[in-house]
Every structure is written in structure tokens, then in C-alpha cells.
Design a protein around this ligand. Structure first.
Ligand code: NAP
Length: 270
């Protein structure tokens, strides 16, 4: 029988997840359909999963935090990050997990620098930032939160046990890696970057969590400066691959998933 999986969020119309997940299911020889469903209330996720017999779901903006209260249990990482991006149904119980941090971890592992020695300046204080900080700290690295709004940045730093610095003070931050976890530079606002181009020389590694465009202004500036870069595409592919592992117990075709999304984004621009 065909299994059902879904992405729940609002908006979801432009998500690359259905393309990536359905391509993966085909190669994994699993009879399944993954569909994007726009829901305005987090409680709708639970209602639809139960009534439509959906075995696994991805959860995106704006429900990653609000869905937690409706789940039967959540994993330790989802609890510490304070957000769920993955739900699995098992014997009638709905369990929440977070694979965004695995996406960041695996993306950072693609670089030549060992995470346990990284000092990462993470720009932003939302869900992506929390996942990035968790990934870095869990693997023995150090994280410093840089945020536009001081109060939010300081609160996050306190909660996650790391340092805080104002985004305006980036010139004096002691870090070798920079991670953008803000929407600055995301399509259609492609001319924006969270940091001035003169600052990218300070780092040996720059990662963006944005994957549309594949090359953000930040990454373009960093590459021009000779700095090693990691696109948000890596995070996106690895967080999705981990969801497939959780739902199916099988190894997903990571390279094919990356190729599908990359090709789609490249064709979209031409
Ligand atoms: P969020 O919760 O809305 O947080 C956004 C953060 O960005 C806030 O801390 C905000 O600062 C900061 N920010 C927004 N506009 C800014 C500006 N003009 N100048 C300076 N700072 C600004 O967002 P999120 O859910 O963490 O997502 C952030 C990014 O991560 C998104 O662009 C998304 O594409 C990406 N993401 C990627 C993946 C992936 O798989 N690749 C997964 C999840 C998310 P204030 O606190 O001052 O408002």
C-alpha cells in the first residue's frame, strides 16, 4: 500500500521538499507520496496526520514551536532546541524530532575544518540559529550569537549556554566560522547580506542556511575573499535525508537529492 508523508507549514507552495523527497522515495523503491499541505494552525497537523494516516511529516514555518504541545513525545534534541521539524507516527503515537541540527552538522562536516575546534559566530536568534548553535556545541565547538535585537540574542545565548555579541561588533568577535541564520539574502532579496563584505576576510569558513539562491551575496563575497564556503543546500539536503532515515530506517540517496534541488534552482534562474 502507498505510504503517505507530508510537509505542513504556511506558506509551502514554493518548497523544494516534495521534489526532493518524492525523487528519493522512487530511488529507495518505496511506494510513497510526499505532499505539501498548507495549514494555518499547528493542531491541524495532528488532525490531518491521524485522519489521513500520514506516517511521517516535515514541519516548517510557522509551526515548528507551536506543534510541540500537540505531540505525544519529543526527542531530547527537539526539546533542547525548542523546535520540531519532523514528526513520526508509531503505534498511534506522534513523536517530534529535530533534524535541522543534523543538517547543520553534516554540512559543516563537508568542510575541511573539524567542528570540535570551530568557534562559530551564528547570526540570528530564531529556529535556524538554535539548530546551528546546538550542532556546534554538541560536537565540542564554541558558538557566539550575533543578533540585531540585543534582548532576543542575549536570551538565546543564556538558554543555549553560549556568548552573545551585537551584530554591530562583528569586527571584534573572536571566531573562525560564520553562519548566517537570518533570511537576509534570500530570494528575492538577493542583494542583502547580514555582514559587510569587508568582514568576511576575518573567517576561514562561511556557511549560509539559505539555499535559494544557491550562492547568496554573503557566499559570493566570501568566495571572492578566498574563504571556504558551504551553501544552505547542504543543510537542506541533510535535514531531509535524516527525516527519511527516521521514517523508513533506510539509507537515503543524498547525492541524488542534492542534484534534484540544485538542478531545479539552477533552471529556475535561467
Ligand atoms: P526566524 O525565526 O524568523 O529568525 C530570523 C532571525 O533573523 C532573527 O533573529 C532576526 O533578528 C534576524 N533578522 C531578520 N531580518 C533581519 C535583518 N534585516 N537584519 C538583521 N537581522 C535580521 O527565522 P528562522 O526560522 O531561524 O530562519 C532563518 C533562515 O534559516 C531562513 O532564511 C531559512 O531559509 C533558513 N533555514 C534553512 C534551512 C535549511 O534547511 N537550509 C532550515 C531552516 C531554516 P531579530 O531578532 O533582530 O528580529
Amino acid at each position: 500500500m502507498m505510504k503517505r508523508y507530508a510537509l505542513f507549514g504556511d506558506p509551502v507552495a514554493h518548497s523544494m521538499s516534495p521534489l526532493m523527497m518524492n525523487a528519493a522515495f522512487r530511488v529507495m523503491d518505496i511506494s510513497a507520496r510526499y505532499q505539501a499541505v498548507r495549514v494555518s494552525e499547528a493542531s491541524d497537523i495532528i488532525r490531518l496526520m491521524r485522519s489521513l494516516h500520514i506516517e511521517g511529516a516535515s514541519v516548517t514555518i510557522p509551526h515548528k514551536v507551536s506543534v510541540i504541545e500537540f505531540l505525544d513525545e519529543i526527542s531530547e534534541s527537539a526539546h533542547e532546541i525548542g523546535a520540531v521539524n519532523t514528526v513520526i507516527e508509531k503505534s498511534g503515537r506522534l513523536r517530534g524530532e529535530n533534524t535541522d541540527w543534523i543538517g547543520v552538522k553534516r554540512a559543516l562536516e563537508e568542510s575541511s575544518a573539524p567542528i570540535e575546534r570551530m568557534r562559530c559566530a551564528v547570526v540570528g536568534a530564531g529556529g535556524a540559529s538554535r539548530a546551528a548553535i546546538y550542532a556546534v556545541r554538541k560536537n565540542g565547538g564554541k558558538a557566539i550569537v550575533l543578533n540585531r535585537t540585543r534582548e532576543r540574542g542575549e536570551r538565546l545565548a543564556r538558554q543555549m549556554g553560549c556568548e552573545y555579541a551585537s551584530l554591530n561588533d562583528i569586527a571584534s568577535v573572536d571566531a573562525d566560522c560564520l553562519i548566517n541564520a537570518t533570511p537576509l539574502g534570500m530570494w528575492p532579496d538577493t542583494g542583502s547580506s547580514p555582514v559587510d563584505r569587508s568582514m568576511v576576510y576575518r573567517f576561514t569558513l562561511v556557511m549560509d542556511t539559505i539555499y535559494n539562491p544557491l550562492m547568496t551575496k554573503l557566499l559570493t563575497d566570501a568566495e571572492y575573499a578566498g574563504v571556504q564556503i558551504i551553501s544552505g543546500l547542504s543543510m537542506f539536503v541533510h535535514q531531509g535525508a535524516e527525516q527519511l532515515r527516521i521514517w523508513t530506517g533506510k539509507e537515503p540517496p543524498v547525492d541524488l537529492m542534492r542534484k534534484k534541488v540544485r538542478e531545479h534552482l539552477e533552471n529556475e534562474r535561467n
